[in-house]
Design a protein around this ligand. Sequence first.
Ligand SMILES: NC(=O)c1ccc[n+]([C@@H]2O[C@H](COP(=O)([O-])OP(=O)(O)OC[C@H]3O[C@@H](n4cnc5c(N)ncnc54)[C@H](OP(=O)(O)O)[C@@H]3O)[C@@H](O)[C@H]2O)c1
Length: 277
Amino acid sequence: MTTSYVQEIPGLGRATGKLTGRVAFVTGGTRGIGAAIARSLAGQGATVAVGYCNDSAEDFVANLTEQAQAHRATASAHQGDISSAADCRRTIAEVIETHGRLDILVNNAGITMDKTVAAMTEEDWYTVLAVNLSGAFFLSQAALAHMVERGTGRIVNVSSVVGETGNIGQANYAAAKSGLFGLTKTLAKEAASQLDKSGLRTDYGIGITVNAVTPGLIATEMTDRIPERVMSKLTSQIPVGRAGRPEEVARVVHFLAADASAYLTGQVWSVNGGMDM
Ligand SMILES: NC(=O)c1ccc[n+]([C@@H]2O[C@H](COP(=O)([O-])OP(=O)(O)OC[C@H]3O[C@@H](n4cnc5c(N)ncnc54)[C@H](OP(=O)(O)O)[C@@H]3O)[C@@H](O)[C@H]2O)c1
């Protein structure tokens, strides 16, 4: 009996066990943590499609394409506002149309609009929920249908330590990020059950898994907005003694995206230097 997760990919022969032949879509993939995830997946051999909203993706995608070519892979960029369900469905369809498949969806794009509960407006609340939670739902809904049809897939939702602990001034963000835990676990159960019903589940198959990653304090443009005084107070509370690097989050994402991570699903993976234990 074979115990290998290595899968034959048409036109590429046997995959290396890394991500050769796979296609990933990383939302918010041109900046910060998303850019590190995109580079890391490309470094493992995947073709990477990056989502962006307002940024210009041109230079980033040119560099990513260069990196991907070393693995006979490629890269592309897809503009869309993930707070719009229609944009979520369109960008997933675009990625599948461009690359012929979608193996890995990383719901990374996110925003903050921080205010205390007393000061928070309806707009602050609904906008953050729409981007950080509803966006992940509509992207996953469209991707999962394709993954179930093909019998394999990986979804990784980028949540936050704040979803686990709450934080003053972040009721909207914390609610959206904890909402991702329920979404992740439900998607994981439904994916496994749909795969079983479709007859495509095998004991040594790659399967479809859904996981959440919870970064702690990671140095990106999002944290650039935190005043120096608050930053040093925050880092003093982290056992490892510093903010994390986007690449340190990306490592966990590419680990979860691997074919061999088939037995890891419905879980929350912390990357926080021991901030919450
Ligand atoms: N940095 C941290 O300390 C930290 C900690 C825990 C969790 N996280 C989470 O990690 C993820 C990435 O954070 P980051 O620090 O890398 O953030 P960032 O540097 O501010 O980048 C955010 C990304 O999200 C995209 N985005 C924002 N609104 C969007 C929308 N409506 N539609 C599509 N894309 C949109 C942005 O695209 P454009 O530039 O094109 O607008 C950008 O690429 C977020 O989900 C964040 O909540 C971050």
